[in-house]
Design a protein around this ligand. Sequence first.
Ligand SMILES: Cc1cc2nc3c(=O)[nH]c(=O)nc-3n(C[C@H](O)[C@H](O)[C@H](O)COP(=O)(O)OP(=O)(O)OC[C@H]3O[C@@H](n4cnc5c(N)ncnc54)[C@H](O)[C@@H]3O)c2cc1C
Length: 463
Amino acid sequence: MADTAQLSALEAFLHGHPSIKYTPPSSPEYASARKVWNRARLDNPLAVVQPQSPSDIIAIIKFAKSNSVPFTFRSGGHNLEGRAVVEKALLIDLRALNAVTIASDRKTCTVQGGILQEELASKLWEEGLGTPTGAIPGVGYIGWATYGGYGPFSSQWGLGTDQILGATIIDPDGEIITADETLLQGIRGAGGLFGVIVDLTIKVYPLPSLLAGTILYDSTDITKTFVDFNGAYQNIFNSEGFPPQLTIQQMAVNAPPGRCFGVGFVWSGSDIDEGQRWSAKVAGLAPLLMNTVAVTTIPEWFASNGTMIPADISGSSATHNISRIPLPVAETIGRNLERMPIDPGTMFSIHQLRGPSVAPQGHSSVFATREPHYMLEFLAYVTKEGRKEESEEWAVQMAREIEQADPGNVLPAVYLSLYSSARAKSSDEVLKKAYGSNVEVVRGLKSKFDPDNVFRLTVPAME
Ligand SMILES: Cc1cc2nc3c(=O)[nH]c(=O)nc-3n(C[C@H](O)[C@H](O)[C@H](O)COP(=O)(O)OP(=O)(O)OC[C@H]3O[C@@H](n4cnc5c(N)ncnc54)[C@H](O)[C@@H]3O)c2cc1C
């Protein structure tokens, strides 16, 4: 069907489903309705529809399938490549589905498929509860959790994907089903590959208090600061170790005073005095510039993190999982931070996988990299047009030099959410890189649950 014929068919269908919000290309709201975080994604969807209920989604999937209309989903719109919009595909915006229902035993909650991580965390906080999320408010929870979900609570409670106990999905036939354990294994790591996730049931934990903030170090000599910090960090890690309640995310940003190395500090334990002791200790790992760590609330903490990230950018990312940060690797990273292009969108960050994320108990997933490691994020994004290539070249070269500095240190599998599929030769290569030894499990689950590849434009793409 040509575009106009598809649009006419869509409009006839929507006539019978007035609850579904519709934004056609002719609407003045179309430009904002198609928006995703990565504005380099220039694709124009057929139209944008916003279902208000699971039955609206069922109707849309049945319509799209029977009319051969390709479609995508968007929750938070923060896929790093902007993959939620595809040229001429119907964009299904799930944001209206954002309810949270806490179980009476307060050990689990059910979250709808379009919720943002800040909305979820703030609703739980009102009840004295928490669950792993990332730190940036606008990122969709389902997109964050189902593909892995590294974040500041994972040292204590595990990755986002390891919180998933149940799921309701709409399958390729437009039927609503409760995921069995086989399908859940796939959802834990491959997210929307098998259907629309209407809701997830996840673990929640008591979270009565929060001590968090940013520690920035004097970065006049950023190589030395980075090397000294990592030397001292490794000494603590290898001797007494870091408590599970503490997560430290290393980062280099272009702050108002200039290029700067620091850490995001989150203490999710109830012993605030002990958390303060760790804050002082971490602040002492390199010459201090600024320490904002304080008792805070989840909404305040998210709001403050949100100010550090530009509202939209263009560019791409690269990533490595590495086993260790020995001196030659630290020196290589430090030297590359010295030449990090100056744009608020260009950043570098390190998440550490340790604690319960290494060996989750009681359920299976297709998430590939379970050995202890550091997940490196090379964020080659820019706010100003015309500087994208410089940042992307910086990220690719830095990734290459890290590999050369310590061959054997780079693990074979990568984190899908940070991986640039545009640089891969095929979707098959992306799958192999993302799922490593689990790739055949992913393929088997896809053949079982979506044999006709109805959900072919979701993340990850599968030919
Ligand atoms: C600023 C920023 C910070 C980030 N920080 C972290 C971090 O700290 N840790 C980390 O692990 N990752 C992080 N990420 C990566 C992020 O978790 C992923 O890109 C995530 O998939 C984004 O989800 P979204 O809903 O916002 O994206 P969208 O672009 O809306 O969705 C991406 C894809 O997810 C799938 N999807 C989403 N919801 C559903 C659903 N309900 N059913 C079926 N499929 C669905 C669809 O295929 C969709 O196309 C960050 C990304 C950004 C841009």
